[in-house]
Ligand binder design. Structure first.
Ligand code: ARG
Length: 457
């Protein structure tokens, strides 16, 4: 047991209490941020004359040595310390002697941990954004290749109207693009430095908080020291944004699972992203998509957990806040892993275009357009709706598509139909006459794709 605060105590901490209280098993994840933060703190203390040049140099060198050694695997972070802050400080004192004891001048673990967590999260926000960008590039690639790949669009999981694969993929492009813009917003709001907030009330040392903020690539210092040590909004925002990313990935996974089913056969998942069954030799299961869908729950869990943890905490720091780490780390790793895996699965996915096309043809997806045809020829929409409804019923009995009916059969149901009906309700016409921006026609999609290309530049 190695802790920073024995002076006031007359008894040893009970081992169970010590274990319960300790965080080193998980906060060692941000050793780099912890040491980098300390380096900036020491540089500032030296500039301000709070440490001498010589002291500053010795401490900085000591910290560099620790960072290098941990990175290279020469120094193991030992669970004998309460947390990463204690480990670094004790190792420093061990290595450079008493001068190391000056590192913590004008600082508390409260502002230290607030800084570490913020820097760690900031990096995660950036990494998530990069992964999303790469996923968007994959989606855009599929879009560009499938402007004419006709498939059924669904509502209520019932075939509705024909669309194209490019259009369907475009919906996900929009979702993940919004996810990226959430990353950007979070970054903008969170990028202020809490270091120098002290335990809660700042310090009496003449710290230069602007300087440390700048050294650590923040826009500036946080403006209230109590808030500085007890704000975890940025983390809640990030977990929220990750939950939304997971919700999007989960919906997409669900569709791929459905499309990959024996009944649909719209896609084939690459062997590398499928698994077999231990008993049924014919099986090729979409496990990766299912796991992505499944992992959504734990990311939501992390968000709910932190919201709940924070809701009853009076100002300023309370130990409850140590609970901000484990589930958040898990959520960040899970979400990033899922985005990367999903991207890989999508890149190697085969689209069975013939099956998609057949499915669009056979599901009365052109019924709306048949009704619109009648409207254009003077029939009121409500009547047209009824006529085409009867047409569909007739086709179901005959087990055919509207397009398969002869002119006589069509005329029997409504004399308004003429020969140009066949062209008016072809899948290509249905798609390519939907010209408004955001609709599936090639013309509209090309405009949107140009915008997406610009955006990804
Ligand atoms: N391990 C603690 C945490 O993660 C570090 C801060 C400790 N501060 C304190 N006053 N006990 O929140």
């Amino acid at each position: 047991m190695a802790q920073l605060w024995g002076g006031r105590f007359t008894k040893e901490t009970d081992q169970l209490v010590y274990n319960f209280n300790a965080s080193i098993s998980f906060d060692q994840k941000f050793y780099q941020e912890d040491i980098t933060g300390s380096m900036a703190h020491v540089k500032m203390l030296t500039k301000q004359g709070i440490l001498t040049e010589e002291e500053g140099k010795q401490i900085a060198q000591g910290l560099h040595g620790i960072l290098d050694d941990v990175k290279a695997g020469r120094l193991e972070i030992s669970n004998a310390y309460e947390d990463i802050h204690s480990f670094v400080e004790a190792t420093l004192i061990d290595r450079i002697g008493d001068v190391g004891k000056k590192l913590h001048t004008g600082r508390s673990r409260n502002d230290q941990v607030a800084l570490d967590m913020r820097m760690y999260t900031r990096k995660q926000v950036q990494e998530t954004d990069e992964l999303l960008k790469s996923l968007l590039e994959t989606i855009l690639g599929i879009m560009k290749e499938n402007l004419d790949t006709i498939m059924p669009g669904f509502t209520h999981l019932q075939k509705a109207q024909p669309i194209t694969l490019a259009h369907h993929m475009g919906a996900y492009f929009e979702m993940f693009r919004r996810d990226r813009s959430r990353m950007h917003d979070i970054y903008e709001r969170m990028n202020y430095c809490p270091l120098g907030s002290g335990a809660l009330a700042g310090t009496t040392y003449p710290l230069d908080r602007e300087y440390t903020a700048e050294l650590l690539d923040f826009y500036g210092p946080t403006l209230n020291s109590m808030d500085g040590v007890s704000d975890r909004d940025y983390l809640i925002e990030f977990l929220n944004a990750l939950s939304i990313v997971m919700m999007h990935l989960s919906r997409f996974s669900e569709e791929i699972i459905i499309w990959n089913s024996n009944e649909y056969q719209f896609v084939e998942i690459d062997d590398a992203y499928s698994t077999g069954s231990s008993i049924m030799p014919q099986k090729k299961n979409p496990d990766i998509a299912e796991l992505v869908r499944g992992k959504t729950g734990r990311v939501y869990g992390a968000l709910m957990s932190l919201l709940t943890t924070m809701k009853g905490i009076p100002l300023a720091y309370n130990k409850d806040m140590q609970e901000d780490k484990e589930l958040s780390f898990d959520a960040m790793d899970s979400a990033k892993g899922c985005i990367a895996l999903f991207d890989g699965m999508l890149k190697t996915l085969t689209f069975c275009k013939d099956n998609m096309r057949k499915s669009a043809n056979n599901g009365f997806t052109n019924a709306t357009d048949a009704a619109d045809y009648l409207v254009k020829h003077g029939v009121a929409f409500r009547d047209a709706h009824g006529i085409v409804g009867r047409l569909v019923l007739y086709c179901i009995e005959k087990n055919c598509a509207i397009d398969d009916l002869s002119m006589e059969e069509l005329k029997q149901i409504s004399p308004v139909f003429e020969n140009d009906i066949y062209d008016a309700i072809s899948m290509e016409t249905c798609v390519n006459t939907r010209l408004t921006i955001g609709a599936p026609s090639r013309t509209a999609m090309e405009q949107v794709i140009a915008k997406y290309e610009d955006y990804l530049k």
